[in-house]
Design a protein around this ligand. Structure first.
Ligand code: ZN
Length: 181
């Protein structure tokens, strides 16, 4: 027996007159957070006594960041970043540093996974459990394919630093995440 629906429901009368906008609150919060962290990036600079560091490149946009951190036992004791990047990458880097500071390596890796899954549309922060907190303002980048790598770059760079890989690039075979659909 074949299961199929020969008729699709007519969209004629259900079509919205305008595209549905994301909720204004989350949109405003997103812009506010990006602007704030772009203007005043937290933990900007380079640690002189870093135990781990990595460089992150996103040739698609031109983002280029350096991340340095110092583990205090199993925890991220201090962390800093600097570089040249677009506002989304800079804001994401800034928020990443504030969110992983004081966290264990395992907790940081969990945030890396969740952020990546959110940005690529595999984690719905509205209906699924996560630890992202305010980082969920970046959920909107999943609808902007060209910006996904900008937002994810600092997180991949953190992963590379924690795993002692000197440089990561979002280009080509070494692309650490598949963002094409
Ligand atoms: Zn960028």
């Amino acid at each position: 027996m074949r299961w199929w629906r020969p008729f699709t429901k007519s969209r004629k009368f259900s079509a919205e007159p305008h595209p549905i906008e994301p909720a204004m609150d989350s949109k405003n919060l997103y812009q506010e957070v990006i602007l704030d962290h772009n203007k005043k990036p937290r933990n900007w600079g380079k640690l002189a006594d870093a135990s781990h560091q990595a460089e992150g490149l996103n040739p698609l946009c031109g983002d280029h960041i350096w991340l340095s951190l110092k583990l205090d036992g199993d925890k991220v004791g201090s962390i800093a970043f600097e570089g040249e990047s677009c506002a989304i990458c800079k804001a994401s880097s800034s928020m990443m540093t504030t969110n992983v500071k004081g966290k264990s390596v395992q907790e940081a890796e969990e945030l890396i996974r969740e952020f990546r899954d959110m940005a690529t549309g595999q984690l719905d922060t509205g209906s699924q459990l996560h630890h992202l907190g305010r980082l969920s303002v970046f959920a909107g980048v999943r609808d902007l394919p060209s910006r996904v790598k900008c937002a994810i770059l600092p997180w991949h760079t953190l992963h590379a630093a924690l795993n002692s890989e000197a440089t990561i690039s979002t280009e080509g075979d070494r692309d650490p995440v598949e963002t094409e659909r």
